[in-house]
Design a protein around this ligand. Sequence first.
Ligand code: PFF
Length: 438
Amino acid sequence: MTETTRASWGSKLGVMLAAAGSAVGLGNLWRFPFCTAQNGGGSFLVIYLLCSFTIGLTLVFAEAALGMKVKSDPTDAFGWIHPKLKFIGGLCVFTSMIILPYYSLVGGWILAYVVKIFSMSSATDFGTAFSDFAASPVEPLIFFYVYLVGSAVVVYFGIQNGIEKFSKIMMPILFILLLVLTGRVLMLDRAWEGVKFFFRPDFSKLTGETLMNAMGQVFFSVSVGMGIYITYGSYVKDDTVTVSQLMRPVIVLDVLVSLLAGLMIFPAVFSFNVPVNAGPSLIFITLPQIFVSIPFGRFFGFLFFVILLGAAATSSISLFEVAVTFMCDQMKMTRQKAVVGFSAVCLFVGTFVSLSFGKLSGFKIGGKILFDQFDFLASNILLPLGGLLTCIAVGWILKSGRLIVFKNGIMQKGFEICIKWIAPVFIVLILLKGLELI
Ligand code: PFF
């Protein structure tokens, strides 16, 4: 696509909210609370905050700066650093093809809960109800198709009329609902116990493992390692706006939503005396159980799942956009054709991923069902690998001085040290841990 015909964002606020929408998602509202619980509460929080504002920020800034400079898809962005690095862009597209189907499947489950919460009763055995639902051959597929096609429609309408408009509506609603729900939960009996657990650091619980879990969480939560900010940055037309002006709020909002999620989930969990480290089943089993047993709980449960749905949707559309931008810029397809083509691939792949909870549960790769294998491949290998390659490309191969992200010399120096040394070392550790080599 030539520069003159390339689409662009309508406003600074639009890019910021779309980028924040990509970062804010299930990682903040679902993964962060149980990761915190499993890693000792407040001490994990401290490390998470430190990692977000150093390594997370550095990678987001590097990706966005690349996109804003090259104004093309990740393949061209890395190709600009060195022609032999184009393959990193290809890896980004491949990663989006792995994450989108299973992330959308969870999106479909959430959509199902939005619809079903009012008909749930306190007599339901939520554990069985959830596993029966996930394993059934048709129902989760229908919700998954609706969710994925919904995300596709937003991307179909383009950068300004689709993604930007959707994010501008969704993000403020999300924040308001989150504040309302957190306020309600904080009024529960014994809510304070949960707040204390969340904020009181117990540094005796701090181990190397905690550190790596926090890093892994930051990685997933800010959506780095697969060219999302390169893609979104490539549509920034205004050359006077700086990377840090656009992207600092993204990190701040991402952290803020994680904090609100903690303030919503821990008080609820402590107040109802359910195990604090329930793990991934927290939002589909433990929380619905709580919602149906408090006054107006179903209404608040509905709000909770609407929040999750909005947060997941803005992340899904960013995953979509990476592949669509690639298909438009490299394969010269129209946006409409690219959206239809990529949706078809994801619907096809996602169908097998969904069936891996039921009919295909016997089909395992490396001892894992397809869903777990996709999650493992994306979170433990592809995202850290993409991040590591970004650090090497920007920190080592790109000649210094060509990617200025801060006007302030000291901050710029800090950025360079982080991208060259600190981030790669940590990412290698995450990779080794993800592969269970350490
Ligand atoms: N950052 C999103 C979340 O917190 O849910 C998840 C995500 C989106 C991860 C896109 C990775 C990604 F490429």
